[in-house]
Design a protein around this ligand. Structure first.
Ligand SMILES: [Zn+2]
Ligand SMILES: [Zn+2]
Length: 408
């Protein structure tokens, strides 16, 4: 029998219809009971009602309401119903229990030297770099001829980044039917199967569409590791570029070409002035196969409004932009550095900073919502917005004003 208390509380401003809120309260209760156990069913009624009310109060529109409910249910599942770990619209439910995700307690940081000190404390250690597939100087020094032989063999065949089929690199321009799902499969806890959010197909399906709801006419590949990447184009090391210390947030958009996964847009934003230092569409070295427009937001690369990859790199590697003293900020930053073919020591990576349970990287989109309460990447990605958001997450974490543009 349904508990009579299991209904939404009355609010002056309701973001959604009563009927919808009613369903959410029930859904929350159902999830909580599943996570905590049947014997707590009665006790969990209050919690479900309270959680729904918090979501409803923090949402101005029905869309935000639905989004916040989804984030909440996902977090409850991820944290096995432990509400100490739960935030609603960026605010922790139980204050003081989420040190890692909240801004640092204490005064607002205003002194540039103190800020630089705090940023230095956030730099990835060599071990963290190694663990997160960053290409380091050490790796290059370890690179030897013995290895090279192995690579020549390995590099003849590649796995398609999308359909996982093995194919010859030299066949990259051959027309094929590469079937894939654009979104990652998700585990469905209730039904114990995987489903693909892009199309709703599941691992239980027998339809030919389970192999992929999208078809592309080429296989594509994404090389990893110094040996393969440097064969395509060489890395630059910033250690020889002198200059004053500065702080720059970076985001790249990438696409697939005949040479793999390449940079097609690069954005750099200055941490202190919020000024966009560089934002250009870049022409990759290989022939474009797929600009990944749905995500990258780049629909075409015209000669007139783009610059070659090499020129872009020349433009950004100098004493005023990226030099050996620069602190670079990114999210899942090894991907950006790899497509830029850059070796750099001083990196802050928000994906590594905010590992969930010490293990799982969170999407920038989710982190932005939790920490800043902003929604990004609702459609195509925009490297300018992503670079600014990543930077703002670091500012929020260190208690630095996000809007301030002038410093003493
Ligand atoms: Zn699909
Ligand atoms: Zn494929």
């Amino acid at each position: 029998m349904t508990d009579p208390g299991l209904r939404p509380v009355d609010l002056a401003n309701q973001p959604a219809k009563f009927q919808d809120r009613y369903k959410v309260v029930h859904k929350l209760h159902e999830e909580l009971v599943r996570l905590k156990g049947n014997k707590y069913a009665k006790k969990l009624v209050k919690l479900a009602v309270m959680l729904e009310a918090k979501v409803a109060k923090s949402s101005k529109t029905a869309q935000t309401y639905r989004f916040t409910v989804n984030v909440l249910i996902r977090d409850l599942i991820n944290h096995k119903g432990n509400i100490n770990e739960i935030s609603i619209a960026g605010k922790p439910l139980i204050p003081g229990k989420q040190k890692a995700i909240r801004g640092v307690d204490g005064p607002i940081l205003e002194d540039v030297n103190k800020i630089m000190e705090a940023l230095n404390d956030l730099l990835l250690t060599p071990e963290q770099m190694e663990k997160n597939s960053y290409i380091t100087r050490q790796q290059i020094e370890d690179f030897n001829l013995e290895f090279l032989n192995k690579v020549t063999f390995e590099s003849k065949y590649v796995d398609c980044f999308r359909c996982k089929m093995k194919f010859q690199r030299s066949d990259i321009k051959k027309e094929v039917m590469c079937k894939y799902h654009p979104s990652k499969k998700q585990y469905n806890f209730e039904g114990k199967f995987y489903d693909y959010p892009c199309c709703g197909e599941t691992s239980l399906s027998v339809s030919p569409q389970r192999l992929g709801c999208k078809v592309f006419k080429h296989h594509v590949f994404k090389d990893e590791g110094y040996t393969l990447l440097s064969k395509i184009s060489p890395f630059s090391d910033t250690k020889n570029i002198n200059g004053l210390s500065n702080v720059i947030s970076i985001d790249c958009e990438m696409g697939f070409t005949t040479l793999g996964y390449e940079m097609i847009r690069l954005t750099m934003v200055d941490f202190f002035t919020n000024r966009v230092l560089f934002d250009k569409i870049t022409r990759p070295l290989g022939e474009v196969l797929d600009l990944n427009s749905e995500y990258s937001g780049v629909h075409e690369i015209k000669d007139s409004d783009s610059i070659p990859y090499d020129d872009a790199m020349k433009e950004i590697l100098n004493k005023n932009m990226i030099n050996k003293n620069t602190i670079l900020i990114g999210h899942g930053f090894e991907n950006d550095l790899n497509v830029m073919r850059l070796i750099h020591d001083k990196c802050i990576d928000t994906a590594v900073m905010f590992l969930r349970k010490g293990t799982y990287k969170q999407a920038l989109k989710d982190l932005a919502f939790k920490m800043l309460g902003v929604k990004i990447q609702t459609g195509e990605h925009d490297s300018a917005i992503d670079a600014i958001t990543t930077m703002n997450i670091v500012k929020k974490h260190l208690n630095i004003s996000i809007d301030r543009k002038e410093w003493n």
